[in-house]
Design a protein around this ligand. Structure first.
Ligand SMILES: NC(=O)c1ccc[n+]([C@@H]2O[C@H](COP(=O)([O-])OP(=O)(O)OC[C@H]3O[C@@H](n4cnc5c(N)ncnc54)[C@H](O)[C@@H]3O)[C@@H](O)[C@H]2O)c1
Length: 232
């Protein structure tokens, strides 16, 4: 198969690394408006082009959409019009109207199309589903969740880019809740305008992330680079 990747930033390059492991994938071509992102992808061995029409002219068998959310809808639509199946990163789009339009279009054209809510398939969530289904803890009546997450670049959660943190991140949780418990009666969410300066989860080494107004980098060890707050 020939796989196209639209947007070769953090997630696009990650998809590239994963997809190239599959035996049935013959070729991968990335596409990004940013020369800097293309350079990083090429450093990892991915061939790239600078725009979507060139990617589609290459006749991919499927395209993975991994641009920022605000660019998803026009790219998905262009892929559909070219008859190309799509796996898109979440969230599907940045307005409800666009989400509905894309779902209707995909169904009408009968094009394979999926939003990559990969948490459904991760081992931790599957193990939790098994516990709930086993009945060992009775019937759950409510569920709480703390999302620990940081932006790896300034302006990551802006309205223009992705509507905001709930749209960008909460879609994962809403998907998981629906997957586990069916349709909700009501959804509530809240957050402070300036969230935790430091947040440490005991026994969760990769969980020491923070929200901050300063540039912040994900960190997989305990050093919490860039975190301006207390270190305890
Ligand atoms: N599933 C997950 O766990 C997870 C985690 C992080 C991000 N994401 C999602 O992945 C997507 C990408 O996030 P990211 O962190 O990689 O962002 P990013 O900013 O690192 O990369 C986005 C790239 O898209 C490029 N781009 C923008 N418009 C384009 C266009 N019209 N054509 C081609 N390229 C274009 C940008 O230049 C940039 O390089 C988002 O939808 C985000 O929500 C998912």
């Amino acid at each position: 198969m020939k796989i196209g990747i639209a947007g070769v930033g953090g997630m696009g390059r990650h998809h590239g690394r994963v997809v190239k492991e599959f035996k049935f994938v013959r070729e991968i071509l990335g596409c990004d408006l940013s020369a800097e992102a293309r350079k990083l992808a090429e450093k990892e061995g991915m061939r790239t082009v600078g725009d979507l029409p060139t990617l589609l002219a290459w006749k991919p068998d499927a395209v993975i959409v991994a641009t920022q959310p605000s660019a998803h809808a026009p790219i998905i639509e262009a892929c559909f019009r070219a008859g190309v199946p799509v796996l898109t990163e979440k969230p599907l789009a940045t307005t409800i109207a666009d989400c509905r339009r894309l779902v209707a279009m995909g169904k009408k054209l009968r094009i394979p199309f999926q939003v990559g809510f990969e948490l459904r398939y991760c081992g931790l969530h599957r193990a939790m589903v098994d516990v709930v289904k086993s009945g060992k803890i009775g019937k759950p009546v409510s569920m709480g969740l703390v999302q620990i997450s940081g932006a790896h670049q300034k302006g990551y959660f802006t309205k223009e880019r992705c509507v905001g943190i709930f749209w960008e991140k909460l879609c994962h949780q809403v998907d998981i809740y629906r997957y586990w418990f069916g349709e909700p009666e009501r959804i509530m969410a809240f957050a402070g305008r300036k969230c935790h300066q430091t947040l440490r989860h005991i026994g969760q080494r990769s969980g020491s992330h923070c929200f901050s107004r300063r540039p912040f980098r994900h960190d997989n060890n305990d050093k919490r680079q860039g975190c301006p707050g207390r270190r305890d």
